[in-house]
Design a protein around this ligand. Structure first.
Ligand code: PSU
Ligand code: MN
Length: 302
C-alpha cells in the first residue's frame, strides 16, 4: 500500500487493516549498532521472534526517499553494517525523503513513522536517553520526546547504560511516560538488570501490559509508554563502560555519532561479549513486543 511518501508492505497493511498485532522494528541498530553482517542476523531474528507470537513485524527504514514499513530481506541487506548511512531521528526523516536518499531510523525516527501509519508497538535493544555529562552537552536523545508524543509502547531492556539511566528515568517521568517493568521493579540498564531506578509500575503478563497501554491511550491520547524487560543474562561492564564513554568523548565524537561509537568500542574491548548479549536482548524484546501486540489485538476483538 502506498500512502503519500510511505510504502507499506502487503503483509503489514493487511495486518493493520485486520487489527492484528504489528510490531515495528528499527534499522539504526542494523546499520550502526552492529559490525558487518551481524546487524542483518539481528534484524531477521527479531522478525522471526515477532512472527512466533502471531504478530507481524514491520521493520522501518528510508529507501531512495521513501519511508518503507515492512522492509524486505533484500532491502534490509542494504542497511547492514552501513556505519556511514544517515541516522534518522524524528527531525531527519523529512530531509532524507526530500533528498531521495537512504537512511536508518532510530527508535524516535521509527516511532515518527509508526505515528503516521498507526502502529502501536515497537521492540528494540535500549532506548536513547539522557547522556552522562548532559549538564555540559545537553545531549538528550530525541527518542524521549518522540516516545512522549506517540501512541505506542516501546519494549526495550531499559535505557542503554552508556547513558545516565537515573536521569533518563527522571525525564521520562517529567514527560508523563509510564515506565513499566516486565516482572521487575527496577528499570533494566541494557546489559544488566541490576542497579536501575524504580519503574512506575510492574506488569506480570502480556494482557496486563496491553490493558495498561489501552487505558493510557484512552486517558492521554497520543502518548507513549516504555516496557522494560531485563536482559536474558547480566553482564557487569561498568568499568569498561566508563572507559568507553571517556575514550569516545576524548576523541571529540559528538551528537548522533556518540552512541554507535561507544557501542563499537565495547564490542571490540569485550571481545564480542557485548555483541552476543546485545543480539539476545533485542530478540527477546521483539518477542515480548509481539506478545503484547497480540494481547492488545485480542482486547479489541472482544
Ligand atoms: N539499541 C541498540 N543499539 C542501537 C540503538 C539502540 O541495541 O544502536 C540505537 C537506537 O536506534 C536508538 C539510538 O534510538 O541508538 C539512540 O541514539 P541517540 O542517542 O543518538 O539518540
Ligand atoms: Mn544525542
Amino acid at each position: 500500500m502506498t500512502l503519500g511518501f510511505i510504502d507499506i508492505s502487503d503483509e503489514v497493511s493487511q495486518a493493520l487493516a485486520e487489527g492484528a498485532g504489528v510490531v515495528a522494528l528499527e534499522t539504526t541498530l542494523v546499520a550502526h549498532g552492529f559490525p558487518g553482517q551481524e546487524g542483518l542476523d539481528v534484524a531477521l531474528e527479531s522478525e522471526r521472534q515477532v512472527r512466533s507470537t502471531g504478530a507481524v513485524p514491520a521493520t522501518v527504514g528510508v529507501v531512495d526517499g521513501r519511508a518503507v514499513v515492512g522492509l524486505s530481506p533484500g532491502q534490509l541487506e542494504q542497511f547492514t553494517g552501513r556505519s556511514t548511512m544517515a541516522k534518522l531521528g524524528p527531525r531527519d526523516i523529512a530531509s532524507c525523503l526530500a533528498s531521495g536518499e537512504m537512511g536508518a531510523t532510530t527508535v524516535g525516527g521509527t516511532l515518527a513513522v509508526c505515528a503516521a501509519v498507526g502502529i502501536s508497538f515497537m521492540g528494540t535493544g535500549g532506548i536513547g536517553g539522557v547522556h552522562r555529562g548532559f549538564a555540559e552537552t545537553l545531549d538528550i536523545s530525541a527518542d524521549l520526546g518522540q516516545i512522549a508524543r506517540t501512541r505506542a509502547m516501546v519494549v526495550s531492556s531499559g535505557a542503554k547504560s552508556l547513558l545516565d539511566v537515573a536521569a533518563t528515568a527522571e525525564l521520562l517521568e517529567t514527560l508523563g511516560v509510564p515506565v513499566l517493568g516486565w516482572r521487575t521493579r527496577s528499570l533494566p540498564r541494557f546489559y544488566t538488570s541490576k542497579g536501575g531506578p524504580a519503574v512506575s509500575a510492574t506488569v506480570d503478563s502480556a494482557e496486563q501490559a496491553a490493558r495498561t497501554a489501552q487505558l493510557h491511550w484512552e486517558l492521554a491520547g497520543p502518548a507513549g509508554l516504555v516496557l522494560g524487560q531485563a536482559p536474558p543474562r547480566d553482564l557487569d561492564i561498568e568499568p569498561l563502560m566508563e572507559e568507553a564513554v571517556a575514550a569516545v568523548t576524548a576523541s571529540g565524537v559528538k551528537g548522533q555519532a556518540v552512541t554507535p561509537a561507544v557501542l563499537s568500542y565495547l564490542h571490540e574491548a569485550s571481545a564480542g561479549e557485548t555483541v552476543s548479549l546485545n543480539k539476545e536482548l533485542i530478540a527477546a524484546n521483539a518477542r515480548l513486543a509481539g506478545e503484547v501486540a497480540v494481547a492488545y489485538a485480542k482486547l479489541h476483538a472482544d
